[in-house]
Design a protein around this ligand. Structure first.
Ligand code: TRP
Length: 327
């Protein structure tokens, strides 16, 4: 059975774009593959070096959302990256095989420098090296991620290829698994993101969600309720597709909008109800997991055991191939 490996950084906010773009595909993949899902807390530390104490709470929140969304610890190995030291061991080895030039070309790094704090630390520079180790320490073949991660996956393959050339064919060439999905627009019509503040969080209450949807901008040419609209330029319509209940439903919304028989206010309230229907059960379960964290502790402790068992086998194989020391 092919192995799926993926991680998310515990940065403290998950929005419906994450749910629809990544988490739901993680849930589906559990049925067909051997799945390893981890909280990338080291990766979070590189940009939260001045507030490390927040990472732990965000780790709980992230695991709580996963469990509430249907990640099943009976089917998936769910764990925290920093509890499995083998990731670091492999990252150190990969550090020797990665020219600095490869890292300096990383578009995420360049963007971070441009957009954010100009402090690029050693951890951020080496970010993709650790990510390659995260995947390859389990010989992961498929990596469900968002589009923004494609350059990191290319680097993972470059590193795997370089290792294999020097030391023998140990690693597979992992491929990204992208979900075919319309990009999720935020409440301002631009791609939903934490930094823009245009998001709807997965655990927001129903009234807040209604309020955010109500303020969305629709087709600017549709001024009165009965004006014909242009769904192709309307982000409310895009979100209707993201939260689609059936093809017929979408066709009907489109038809009514074009004919001018569907007002934007009603259309938005319809959308808000659909979003609430999708996220309310998740929010309720999330609250239960967060109120008593013992279930999460159990999940990540047993996930750690399973992950370590696999990772230590691969480390042994790698170090044997390099004729490196063993402890
Ligand atoms: N860089 C990923 C992100 O920001 C998180 C991540 C870390 C990851 N290690 C990984 C994703 C390994 C996939 C596989 O979302």
């Amino acid at each position: 059975m092919k192995r799926v490996v993926s991680g998310m950084r515990p940065t403290g906010l998950l929005h419906i774009g994450h749910l629809k773009g990544v988490i739901e595909s993680w849930v589906e993949l559990q049925e067909q593959y051997e799945t390893f899902y981890f909280v990338a807390d080291w990766h979070a530390l590189f940009s939260k070096y001045d507030s490390a104490w927040e990472v732990k709470e965000h780790t709980y929140e992230l695991v709580a959302i996963w469990l509430a969304s249907g990640i099943d610890p009976e089917k998936s190995t769910v764990f925290v990256q920093s509890t499995v030291d083998e990731h670091l061991r492999l990252a150190m080895i990969f550090g020797a095989l990665t020219p600095v030039g490869w890292l300096e070309r990383n578009p995420t790094l360049k963007e971070m420098v441009r957009a954010d704090d100009p402090t690029v630390n050693y951890g951020l520079l080496g970010y993709p090296v650790l990510q390659a180790a995260d995947i390859l320490v389990y010989k992961g073949e498929l990596v469900p991620v968002g589009k923004d991660q494609i350059p990191h996956l290319e680097l993972t393959r470059d590193i795997a290829g370089r290792f294999n050339r020097f030391y023998g064919d140990i690693f597979p060439m992992p491929k990204p698994l992208l979900r075919e999905f319309p990009a999720v627009p935020g409440t301002d019509g631009i791609r939903m993101s934490k930094s823009r503040g245009n998001y709807i969080s997965i655990v927001e209450d129903e009234e807040t969600i209604r309020g955010k949807v109500r303020q969305m901008i629709t087709d600017p040419q549709k001024i009165r309720k009965n004006d014909p609209g242009h769904p192709e330029v309307c982000s409310v319509f895009t979100l209707h597709k993201v939260f689609k209940e059936s093809d017929e439903e979408i066709e009907q919304i489109e038809r009514e909008c074009r004919a001018g028989t569907r007002g934007c206010v009603a259309c938005k309230m319809h959308l808000a109800e659909k979003i609430n229907k999708a996220v309310s059960p998740i929010r309720e379960k999330y609250k239960e997991y967060m109120a008593d964290k013992s279930k999460i502790d159990e999940v990540i402790a047993s996930g750690m055991e399973k992950a370590k068992a696999e990772a230590s086998k691969v480390i042994r194989e790698v170090e044997d191939a390099m004729r490196w020391f063993h402890i």
